[in-house]
Ligand binder design. Sequence first.
Ligand code: ZN
Length: 96
Amino acid sequence: MTDVIKEIVDYHEAQKSTAVIDLEAAKKWAEISPDIRRKLINNVFCSKCGVTVIVDYVLHNDRFGIVLKGKCKKCGGDVASSIFRTTLMVAFPTYL
Ligand SMILES: [Zn+2]
């Protein structure tokens, strides 16, 4: 019985850890100025709506930069936005 409980606890902890924002990505994201972050959040492409706002997003670290994954504010569909290092370096020259 205790093994079963432990299994459930472990499962929930594993679930929790996947919900935690990628630390590397969070660090990169935090280095971007709030103005630019706002612009990036407000300029995500949705295949249905075109340019939209991303909501409920999570950050993923990528070797090319950061990936934002979330929902379109207008239709609720899945959207993702890759923020490439080059984009960041142009927008924010002291980055990296
Ligand atoms: Zn949409």
